[in-house]
Design a protein around this ligand. Structure first.
Ligand code: ADP
Ligand code: ZN
Ligand code: MG
Length: 492
């Protein structure tokens, strides 16, 4: 950022809660069905139809709130947010307004300073205040077909209308686009971790909007903000924020003023464009939803939800350090995603050596996964198989160097370590009797060297090691060879 300026950023995230049915009716939330297949009088907004709150949406909302460190209000109120849009047949959306489901969160995230290419330089913790998280229903979708100039048809698909959403709003606590980037990724992973949402931006079940303003360094008053929409990936969001910050600074420095407006990110043009100005802003005329009672969340309900939740990442990180002796860095990396954390634990158990399993995952497996663009859950090498490989090395059946080659082969072929070791004849000879036999043969065949060695030429030890390795075609366990040779060369 330009010297002498500071950016101020606040984020709003909409996450689709992972329920089977909609928030106020029994229609399916399945994606990709025939348009309007999953609709009923409630989600079509027909007169007289009454909404009924889906308990599962509240459970998943509670999971989301707890995973983000928010306080859940004992009583919250649904409210009508009134506006006209073709994909909103009721003419209002059921949302929450002045008494939201949960509020006042302080979330600790980890953020990195990055170089121009976006590579992380240094990580540090940071607290983000979450203003609120409320529950609401999604609208439908307008579908446009044909060419704009000739045959253009627009349709309305209401399959998505009534899908449950959690809207998560932060205080304007971010000062750089990368802090915003790290926060959205943290929220995504937290929601996925507790199973509250698939939180996949590509599928549109996580959407985010960024509010951006700038001010001169040291200034307390916020500048005029611009709202950014149409951010289809976390990276697009980061780029759009960066673009806006520069645009605002240039505008103000050249004597202009920032207009409060909503802008879109156009990734092809690599710029933001005006979508609508504040004059067109809505007055939603919120009022309490008369067809739904206040939502009451008891302490017993929260306890029940908590009991069903998986161990949260921070707790799991601490446990990995205590139980498996992992470093903070390893434990943090393994608990960044639940799939990887589960993978690690299964591998550690199968290996019966938690530290070695961690080393193999960090230095070898993650590289292969990254290169193939897969997550731990999709690894062609199952956790138990990785554990078995670590055991083969620990037990001296193969060397660490061979282990690396075996792992690459396991990854490519999906075969188990044992099968590959067998097929390629890699197994080290660790049988003491067999090695003693080879050592004796080698000594018997080298009487001259034996005499010189015993006369004090100790450098010849390497010669004997070399001969034994050669005779075993490189398969003898080097540690055992050393031991046996020491012993046999000493006595006559
Ligand atoms: P609005 O009334 O326009 O919806 P809100 O006060 O509700 O604005 O804030 C919406 C989002 O914008 C929040 O995430 C908030 O933190 C953020 N925000 C508010 N003011 C600013 C500002 N001056 N610069 C950047 N972000 C802001
Ligand atoms: Zn319905
Ligand atoms: Mg607002």
């Amino acid at each position: 950022m330009k010297e002498g300026w500071e950016a101020v950023i606040g984020l709003e995230i909409h996450a689709q809660l992972n329920t089977e049915s909609k928030i106020f009716c029994g229609c399916s939330t399945r994606f990709g069905d025939e348009p309007n297949a999953n609709t009923c009088p409630v989600c079509l907004g027909l007169p007289g139809a009454l909404p009924v709150l889906n308990r599962r949406a509240v459970e998943l909302g509670a999971r989301a709130a707890l995973a983000l460190g928010l306080r859940i209000n004992e009583e919250s109120i649904f409210a009508r947010k009134n506006y006209f849009y073709p994909d909103l047949p009721k003419g209002y959306q059921i949302s929450q307004y002045d008494r939201p489901f949960s509020e006042h969160g302080e979330l600790e995230i980890v953020t990195a300073t990055r170089d121009a290419a976006g590579h992380a330089r240094e990580w540090r913790p940071m607290i983000i205040r979450i203003t609120r998280m409320h529950l609401e229903e999604d609208a439908g979708k307008n579908v446009h077909e044909g060419l704009p100039e000739t045959d253009r048809y627009s349709y309305v698909d209401l399959n998505r209308a009534g899908t449950p959403l959690a809207e998560i709003v932060t205080e304007p606590d971010f000062r750089t686009s990368w802090e915003a980037y790290d926060y959205v990724n943290h929220v995504r992973r937290a929601l996925q971790w507790v199973g509250a949402s698939e939180a996949d931006m590509e599928k549109g079940n996580l959407r985010c909007e960024a509010n951006v303003s700038v001010r001169r360094a040291g200034e307390e008053k916020f500048g005029t903000k611009v709202e950014l929409k149409n951010l289809n990936s976390v990276r697009f969001m980061q780029k759009a924020i960066e673009y806006e910050i520069e645009r605002h600074i240039e505008l103000i420095e050249s004597g202009g003023r920032v207009t409060q407006e909503t802008r879109l990110w156009d990734d092809r043009a690599n710029e933001t464009r005006v979508m609508r100005s504040k004059e067109e802003a809505h007055d939603y005329r919120y009022f309490p939803e008369p067809d739904l009672p206040p939502l009451v969340v008891t302490a017993a309900f929260i306890e029940e939800v908590t009991a069903q939740m998986p161990e949260l990442p921070e707790a799991r990180r601490r446990r990995f350090m205590e139980e498996y002796g992992l470093s903070f860095d390893d434990a943090s990396q393994f608990t960044a995603e639940r799939g990887l954390a589960d993978y690690y634990e299964r591998a550690a158990r199968a290996a019966t050596n938690a530290r070695a399993a961690a080393n193999w995952i960090r230095s070898e497996l993650l590289r292969e996964l990254e290169a193939s663009g897969r997550g731990a859950e999709e690894s062609p090498v199952k956790a138990e198989e990785l554990g078995a490989l670590v055991r083969l090395i620990d037990e001296g059946k193969i060397s660490g160097k061979q282990g690396k080659e075996v792992l690459v082969e396991m990854f490519a072929s999906g075969k188990s370590a044992a099968v590959i070791v067998e097929e390629q004849g890699l197994a080290q000879v660790s049988d003491a009797g067999e090695i003693e036999g080879i050592v004796d043969e080698v000594i018997a065949a080298s009487p001259k060297q034996l005499e010189q060695y015993r006369a004090g030429k100790e450098t010849l030890f390497g010669f004997f090691v070399g001969q034994v390795m050669k005779a075993s075609k490189g398969k003898a366990n080097p540690k055992l060879v050393n031991e046996v040779l020491q012993e046999r060369l000493r006595k006559s």
